[in-house]
Design a protein around this ligand. Structure first.
Ligand SMILES: [Zn+2]
Ligand SMILES: [Zn+2]
Length: 215
């Protein structure tokens, strides 16, 4: 959930939110989707309590969802959603469910949120002047990447994402959407992520449920 002044925009709504999305308090004013995978969008299968924004490539894969207020979010154009500006950057991750990461700007603060990613197309534009990178926790060191023709699918490791952060001179990273490597050995993973961040000049940490960050 991204909040700014009176705005509240939720990003993604996985299947485990199918019932809970109706009970979120305070309510989100809008929901923005990164891609059509079950763990990012299928919580909206029975509808949504607010308008939902997604790129066409995502709506094309959610045609049966009973969402009343579907809104189109352009790719690569800053677009205001409830007073917060979202720019969708296409990322490699899946062929069946093409994904984006969001460059999110509110007032003078800017973050980049990409929960599933092999790599970000036009990464330097995506990460320029970003103060917080929120990235994919599927794996810490080992790339979980497969090749399909010219395309790559899967997940970049945290180590690679933090290197992107160093190159873009980002000072802080939070790793979310964690896979078994992180979840099964949390203390060790937390130390590894911190160390990888230190080596690259970033304050890097693993997200937890209920975490709140003020920028
Ligand atoms: Zn995915
Ligand atoms: Zn995912």
């Amino acid at each position: 959930m991204v909040g700014y002044r009176r705005s509240r925009v939720m990003v993604d709504c996985g299947l485990d939110w199918l019932e809970a999305v109706w009970r979120i308090r305070p309510r989100p004013h809008a929901i923005v989707l990164t891609h059509a995978h079950p763990d990012h969008a299928w919580g909206l299968r029975n509808g949504a309590p607010c308008p939902v924004y997604a790129p066409k490539q995502t709506w094309d894969r959610l045609t049966r969802f009973a969402i009343e207020d579907k809104r189109l979010l352009p790719l690569r154009r800053p677009y205001e959603v409830d007073g917060i500006v979202f720019e969708a950057f296409p990322v490699e991750h899946s062929i069946l469910a093409p994904a984006v990461g969001y460059r999110i700007t509110a007032g003078h603060s800017r973050i980049f949120y990409v929960p599933d990613v092999v790599y970000i197309r036009d990464r330097s534009a995506a990460l320029k002047a970003v103060s917080l990178f929120i990235g994919d926790g599927a794996s810490i060191h080992r790339p979980l990447v497969r090749r399909r023709g010219h395309k790559l699918i899967g997940h970049a490791p945290v180590s690679a994402q933090l290197t992107w952060g160093r190159i873009a001179r980002i000072k802080r990273a939070i790793i979310t959407h964690c896979g078994s490597e992180i979840v099964s050995a949390h203390a060790r993973a937390a130390a590894a992520v911190r160390a990888l961040g230190e080596q690259r000049g970033l304050d890097a940490a693993i997200a937890f449920d209920g975490m709140e960050v003020v920028i």
